[in-house]
Design a protein around this ligand. Structure first.
Ligand code: PMP
Length: 422
């Protein structure tokens, strides 16, 4: 059961009352990007209308006001993550940039030949490619933590991979392709016992449950605003203060310095050391508003609602003959991933047919090609749910899938005799 007043909540999202070809929009792609509530849209537009100026360097009041809004958003992020202090939260463009920042600064300063980076088989390309680039530059080596057929990380194999050579473990808290919720607390504890640091990719977690970086004892934690009901172009890297202090800068430029001469530059303290140039001020303001908004809904209610949707989706999809659901992890976030095997319909064709009915799902490899290889598929169709989705929308999806499969069967029956006489 759900205790959310979904109708009232949906009314806060202008886009959800729009139509596609005269049909209501059925938005089932929140794992890619969540939609934005009026509170976020208003915060960003109010900022543009009445508070915009470049931050930090102005001695006039408008600039000081914009600076306060930007730093206020950082404080909201710190509270949201339960960081020890706002200075541990660096604004980035995205999860992708947060991970690249760690690889380029901490990684290049600390890794060398023989060092090992452990990455799970569930990772998004953004938590693979930056480490591969780093491995090429430093001679470090990437090793893969395997998963089982259900899509759970093989913790025994992980224990066996850990060694004094392990320097960093990169793992997502939730898999975007299968919805697996990983036991990150345990993964971190094991890594720390071997002296390794852990980067948690929280992109798919933060909108679905409470995050506590200190309870996790995460060394690095990354997420994106656009998966948390906030704007695109803004993300966060959390890192423990002691680590940030030792990390060299990422990009050079304005704002990240204490003093510059042509002979030498002294860098600013964290977090500004890692925020060269004019940042995405309105994005940060929007992210702060998204955090306030999601906290006002409450994670207990969000999680109960989403698990209710997931159970219904699993039941409905399982009942469709010829549809193979992928991912049966012990604990799952609200993601359903499948392949239409009989009649065989490519994920791209299925996605297009669903789009013609106003249903938005994601198709393809979901930026997880190594995971697709492990599953033995080229692609899946993925429906992912947010706090605003309804049981009726899941029924619309399931009914559409049945209809599309029936139409495909009928078409094949018409074509088949011709093929047989040929
Ligand atoms: N990690 C995971 C698990 C994701 O789902 C995504 C977004 N699909 C990313 C990283 C990258 O996020 P962004 O594109 O916002 O950098």
């Amino acid at each position: 059961e759900t205790t959310l007043d979904v109708a009232a909540l949906r009314a806060q999202f202008p886009i959800l009352s729009t139509q596609v070809d005269g049909r209501p929009l059925v938005y089932l792609d929140s794992a890619a990007s969540t939609q934005q509530p009026q509170a976020v849209i208003a915060a960003v537009s109010d900022y543009h209308r009445a508070a915009h100026a470049n931050i930090h360097r102005g001695n006039y009041r408008l600039s000081q006001h914009a600076t306060r809004l930007y730093e206020h958003a950082r404080a909201a992020v710190a509270r949201f993550l339960n960081a020890a202090e706002p200075a541990e939260c660096v604004f980035t463009r995205s999860t992708t940039e947060a991970i690249n920042l760690v690889a380029a600064t901490w990684g290049r300063a600390n890794l060398g030949p023989g060092d090992e980076i452990l990455l799970s088989n569930l990772e998004h390309h953004s938590n693979i490619v930056p480490w591969q680039m780093l491995a090429e530059q430093t001679g470090a080596r990437i090793r893969v933590i395997p998963i089982d057929d259900a899509g759970d990380i093989d913790l025994d194999a992980y224990r066996r991979l850990l060694s004094p050579r392990t320097r960093l473990v990169g793992v997502n808290q939730v898999s975007n392709a299968l919805g697996t919720v990983n036991p990150v607390r345990e993964i971190i504890e094991l890594a720390h016992a071997h002296g390794a640091l852990v980067l948690v990719d929280g992109a798919q977690w933060v909108a679905h449950g409470r995050t506590d970086v200190r309870a996790l004892d995460a060394d690095f934690y990354a997420f994106s605003g656009h998966k948390l009901y906030g704007p695109t172009g803004i993300g966060v890297l959390y890192a423990k203060r002691a680590l940030l202090e030792t990390m060299p800068p990422y990009q050079g430029g304005g704002d990240m310095i204490e003093q510059v001469s042509f002979e030498a530059t002294r860098y600013a303290a964290p977090p500004t050391r890692f925020e060269a140039g004019t940042p995405n001020i309105s994005g940060a303001v929007g992210l702060g508003a998204a955090i306030d908004w999601i906290e006002s809904v409450g994670f207990e209610r969000i999680s109960a609602h989403e698990q209710w949707l997931l159970r219904h989706a699993t039941e409905r999809l399982e009942a469709i003959p010829g549809l193979a659901l992928k991912g049966r992890a012990r604990r799952r976030s609200c993601v359903a991933s499948w392949v239409m095997e009989a009649p065989a319909i490519s994920s791209l064709d299925l996605g297009t047919a669903l789009d013609l009915r106003g249903i938005c799902v994601r198709t393809g490899h979901h930026c997880c090609q190594p995971l697709m290889d492990r599953l033995g598929v080229a692609a899946t169709v993925r429906a992912s749910f947010g706090v605003y989705n309804t049981l009726e929308e899941i029924d619309t999806l399931a009914d559409a899938l049945i209809e599309i499969a029936d139409e495909t069967r009928a078409r094949q029956a018409r074509v088949a005799p011709v093929a047989e006489t040929a």
